[in-house]
Design a protein around this ligand. Structure first.
Ligand code: DX5
Ligand code: ZN
Length: 224
């Protein structure tokens, strides 16, 4: 069950556990939620769609009991379709696939909703917003990558701000969240919100300094 607060209007902060201490993942999830995180963002990488490897459904299942907010699973894997059910069964609340990784994006998004999850679609920096134009009725979230996916700690790509603005216009009154991921920090977060983003993913900016710094780091990302 997704708590209503996680879906309430307003800007949500979604720390990416890619920057957490992997030896203490459960405690790290607890710590970021205690520090004010609205969602928990889980980056799944396959060493094929992106040049890095992280974890799969077993780890998602292992941290599920620690998540009291919304578990946001960002799949950077190709193909994604064969694994959707495994991530849903592992406890994902929202599953995001990449438009570039899913040749039949409409079908992938329908499959995610059929599994009882919210459905997200992600665009890498070189993918135009038109990639989602004809699936707007199938998505609960659009993720605009502001780095090339694969690693935490990269520099924010300001080239993506016009894409955010265009998508915010297309979303209009639809119940679709607009998420931004990559290089989000206190300096870049306001640019994203001004361009229309309402879910901010941040890895290195949240986890820097260890647990004692998490609350301050999260607060520094919220709009004034
Ligand atoms: C990148 C991942 C991001 C990453 C963000 O491929 O999708 O979620 O963890 O890390 P930072 O905030 O450090 O750029
Ligand atoms: Zn991500």
């Amino acid at each position: 069950m997704i708590p209503p607060a996680a879906l309430a209007p307003g800007v949500k902060i979604a720390p990416s556990i890619l920057s957490a201490d992997f030896a203490r993942l459960g405690e790290e999830v607890r710590a970021i939620e205690d520090a004010g995180a609205d969602w928990v963002h889980v980056d799944v990488m396959d060493g094929h769609f992106v040049p890095n490897l992280t974890f799969g459904p077993l780890v998602v299942r292992a941290i599920r009991p620690f998540v009291r907010t919304l578990m946001d699973v960002h799949l950077m894997i190709a193909p994604a379709d064969p694994y959707l059910a495994a991530f849903a069964e592992a406890g994902a609340d929202l599953i995001t696939v990449h438009a570039e990784a899913s040749p039949h994006l409409d079908r992938s998004l329908a499959a995610i909703r059929d599994l009882g999850c919210l459905a997200g679609v992600s665009l890498t920096p070189s993918t135009p917003p038109e990639a989602v134009e004809y699936v707007l009725d199938r998505v609960d979230l659009i993720l605009v990558m502001t780095v090339n996916p694969g690693f935490g700690g990269q520099s924010f790509l300001a080239s993506q701000l016009p894409k955010l603005r265009k998508l915010r216009g297309w979303i209009g009154d639809r119940p679709i969240r607009l998420q931004v991921d990559g290089g989000v920090a206190p300096k870049t977060a306001p640019l994203c919100v001004e361009a229309g983003a309402d879910v901010l993913v941040a890895g290195s900016a949240v986890f820097a300094g260890g647990p004692a710094a998490y609350a301050g780091n999260i607060a520094a990302l919220r709009p004034a």
